[in-house]
Design a protein around this ligand. Structure first.
Ligand SMILES: [Zn+2]
Length: 578
């Protein structure tokens, strides 16, 4: 399907008439959809960007966080703004579509009103339309594409590889892709992607000789203008995920090598240089202040939907930093006007993808149906129903994580449970069935083993301190971009602004202080060690499935969250009334 702008706008109108519930008349719906997705062409160099789709092929719900704290120098700055603070900083009117897309405000009512977001078929239509007015536009995939769903797990990422090819991805950089293992990654890069998708990473080297494993960058010509896209894979891959998936490769930020690479592409004639990054937003912002010659960093990993690029000054000029959210909820469009051999102006738009406003692309729809067909019954099997909203995103806990913790403690007969601070995972509205697909959207990883460990109080504190430092270290280069480990059973107090080892205090279990030398039974999942893999604990989805079948109806869960010090006026957190 290739539509010109007029045809696209007409198609939108048909979609909106069919899908919108609040707009009472057709003309209104038509105008809304047309206005919302019309983006006049600007400039002569164009980049389209999505990131962290986490293998979500179909439209979903995804609630943005009410806790996304910035500490120290990052306090109150993008992306550490939530709710009303976010709206104000970005000039978004409360109660609008955009307010719903970018914040958690009035989430359930707004989600019921505006419907699901994202989906590859809807994104495909939007991409085709934007490309039609922007010849040569490049489609960038920021990574975390091959992981996050049942079908991606069962097909070893093949579903997402096929979908990315059909979508017309030009350039990609990885993170969770690596959890399929080196061999599988190479098979795709040198097979399916060969001559089609440039898989780039300047910061992945062989462990033996330090050679580049992938091309560090790709150069393309748009409207007669040379442009370069450099890849920046997630620097902490072998720490945040099991090392055994990539034993022969090294990662890291590699800032010096990045500067060398930028200089190299410029020497080769690149007039626009973009870093396709999976650093996480805070790391991108610091990097932009230290490296020169980048026109933009189009980033991902921390799942921040950032509608206005941050202009970061450095000794060479200004670098724009964007971040395009997650779960196919957003598509970023960056237009540059290049004159006299350099970018002199730009426009940026981060489109929320409202699935019922954009018609599904028929070819993509067909592919998705084909991919899902063998698994449809398995995916759709209903395990329980939820009475409350289930979501994950947020620095300290989410209701779906609480459900995982409750299930772990109940099924493993443990007094304490840990669940990783993953940022992927879709949301479910009150009254929805919890299907196996929904469960896998929260748990589909290649190291799903559950663990039951006897840990003393000191060890528990060390773990909490370590994770807190990965999240709140004042130097972004030490931040790994996950959220805080979720804990069940255990209460604690955290002071994010404290130094490493001093953030966690007053750990309690059932009101009694945790004793450093006493042993506690702790259940967890997603261990990164090889020993844990060899021990082969039961897969997390089996544990939770059993729990869901036991309870049948999940009541509104009570979030176990720490007491957080020093955040009273922090615009990165709004406490919810329980
Ligand atoms: Zn990531």
């Amino acid at each position: 399907m290739s539509l010109n702008r007029r045809e696209f706008l007409q198609a939108l109108a048909i979609a909106s008439a069919g899908g919108m519930s609040l707009q009472s008349n057709f003309a209104n719906a038509q105008t809304t959809a047309q206005k919302f997705y019309d983006l006049p062409k600007f400039g002569n160099v164009h980049f389209l960007h999505f990131t962290d789709c986490h293998a979500q092929l179909l439209p979903i719900y995804f609630r943005e966080p009410n806790v996304n704290l910035g500490i120290g120098a990052q306090e109150g700055k993008t992306p550490h703004l939530v709710g009303e603070y976010f709206l104000k900083a970005n000039g978004i009117k409360p109660g609008t579509r955009d307010a719903h897309a970018f914040t958690y405000l009035d989430y359930v009512a707004a989600a019921q009103n505006y419907g699901k977001v994202g989906g590859f078929a809807h994104m495909a239509t939007l991409i085709k339309q934007i490309k039609a007015s922007r010849p040569g536009a490049l489609l960038l995939d920021g990574g975390d594409t091959w992981q996050g769903s049942g079908t991606s797990l069962w097909t070893n990422g093949q579903d997402m590889v096929d979908a990315a090819l059909l979508l017309g991805v030009d350039v990609m950089t990885p993170h969770w892709e690596m959890t399929l293992g080196e061999k599988r990654v190479m098979e795709i890069v040198n097979g399916d992607f060969k001559g089609k998708v440039s898989f780039v990473a300047q910061n992945i080297k062989t462990a033996d000789f330090g050679d580049s494993v992938f091309n560090p960058y790709v150069m393309k010509v748009q409207n007669g203008i040379q442009v370069a896209v450099i890849g920046q894979a997630f620097p902490y891959t072998p720490i945040a995920n099991p090392r055994y998936f990539t034993p022969d490769w090294t990662f890291g930020i590699q800032e010096e090598n990045l500067q060398k690479t930028i200089n190299e592409v410029k020497a080769k004639g690149a007039k626009v240089v973009v870093l396709l990054s999976h650093n996480g937003m805070d790391v991108d912002l610091k990097m932009a202040s230290r490296v020169t010659g980048l026109d933009a960093i189009m980033g991902g990993h921390t799942h921040d939907g950032v509608p206005i690029p941050v202009k970061v000054k450095n000794s060479g000029g200004v670098t724009l930093v964007t971040n395009a959210g997650s779960n196919t909820k957003f598509l970023g469009v960056l237009d540059f006007d290049v004159k006299g051999g350099k970018a002199v102006d730009f426009r940026y738009k981060l489109f929320p993808i409202f699935s019922n406003m954009i018609p599904a692309d028929p070819a993509m729809n067909k592919l998705i149906q084909k991919i899902r067909a063998p698994y449809e019954a398995k995916l759709n099997e209903k395990l329980a129903t939820t009475e409350g909203l289930l979501y994950r995103r947020g620095n300290f806990n989410g209701s779906f994580d609480q459900l995982i913790l409750d299930a772990l403690m109940a099924q493993k007969n443990a007094e304490i449970a840990f669940s990783p601070g993953f940022r992927w995972g879709t949301s479910l509205l009150p009254g929805q069935a919890i299907t196996r697909e929904n469960l896998l959207d929260q748990t589909a990883i290649t190291y799903p083993y559950t663990t039951v460990t006897n840990m003393n109080g000191e060890m528990i504190k060390t773990i909490l301190e370590d994770v807190a430092d990965n999240l709140f270290n004042p130097d972004p280069y030490y931040q790994q971009g996950g959220d805080m480990v979720r804990v069940g059973g255990l209460q604690y107090t955290i002071d994010p602004a404290e130094t490493a080892g001093k953030r966690i205090t007053d750990m309690r279990l059932n009101g009694k202080a945790i004793e450093p030398n006493k042993t506690y039974k702790v259940a967890g999942w997603a261990p990164v060690s090889e020993e844990a893999k060899n021990a082969g604990g039961e897969a997390i989805w089996d544990v939770i499935e059993r729990h869901l079948r036991d309870v049948k109806v999940v009541k509104a869960v009570q979030l176990n969250e720490p007491i957080i010090k020093g955040v009273k006026n922090n615009p990165g957190m709004v406490a919810l009334k329980s």
